[in-house]
Write a protein that binds this ligand. Structure first.
Ligand code: DX5
Ligand code: ZN
Length: 224
């Protein structure tokens, strides 16, 4: 079994042919990363709730929903209820974080919390023991194809140190934004083990080969 997880984002895939795009990477990927944006929490819109549920229900690959929405307290548990394997909400948008965590978990999904570049690790630390994944954003959420923010690596390293110190080995540490063959080593060496890659995968002529190459690079770093 691989020690890392690769989660291709379909944000910049061909929206008219999503099911065939998903099929191109399904057999080599761990989760399908679904970026839901509401044009309120971020200045971009991707999928309505109904469209997102349709993708979750049709996907041959388990879905990792990344909710960049302003009302996760109400909406996030519904993604779990509709079969998303993992549901990640933004700490900055949630009102009652503890209740939201249990409302997602009670619907059978893994629970993730995402933090934007300006949000310190200390803000999420009180919730770490109750979640399944921390997502440290390595770009400002909103758009694919942005430059990887190396200055987020100390935050990733702080999260990894906390996970090790507290022996929460099942807590995944995800990075999202600008992940490619050029940045995977840095992200892995900082302590990430779960990687979202959008444009690097879908702008590649062979997306499945790119997923494999990113995975191999990350595995090599983790065993180095
Ligand atoms: C940004 C999204 C990311 C992003 C990934 O708000 O959460 O998932 O689209 O795309 P790349 O890999 O192109 O940065
Ligand atoms: Zn994302």
């Amino acid at each position: 079994m691989s020690s890392v997880r690769i989660c291709p984002s379909i944000l910049n895939a061909d929206r008219q042919n999503l099911s065939s795009e998903i099929l191109r990477i399904a057999s080599v990927s761990d989760l399908l990363h679904l970026d839901v944006m509401d044009n309120k929490f971020v200045p971009n819109f991707t999928f309505s709730f109904e469209e997102a549920v349709h993708i979750i229900e049709q996907s041959p690959l388990a879905v990792d929903s990344h909710l960049m929405i302003s009302d996760p307290d109400i909406q996030a548990p519904l993604y779990a209820e509709h079969g998303s394997a993992s549901v990640t909400f933004h700490l900055e948008a949630a009102s009652d974080v503890k209740s939201l965590i249990s409302n997602i978990a009670s619907n059978g999904a893994r629970v993730g919390i995402a933090i934007k570049p300006g949000t310190p690790f200390s803000s999420v630390e009180p919730f770490m023991a109750d979640i399944d994944m921390l997502l440290v954003m390595t770009v400002e959420p909103g758009f694919g194809g942005q430059k990887f923010m190396s200055d987020m690596m100390p935050k990733v390293a702080a999260a990894r140190s906390w996970i090790l110190a507290n022996q929460l080995n099942d807590l995944w540490l995800q990075v999202d934004g600008g992940i490619s063959l050029a940045t995977i080593n840095e992200a892995t060496l900082s302590g990430a083990d779960t990687f979202v890659a959008g444009s690097a995968v879908f702008n590649s002529p062979e997306p499945a080969v790119m997923v494999r190459d990113i995975r191999l690079a990350a595995e090599k770093c983790r065993t180095a």
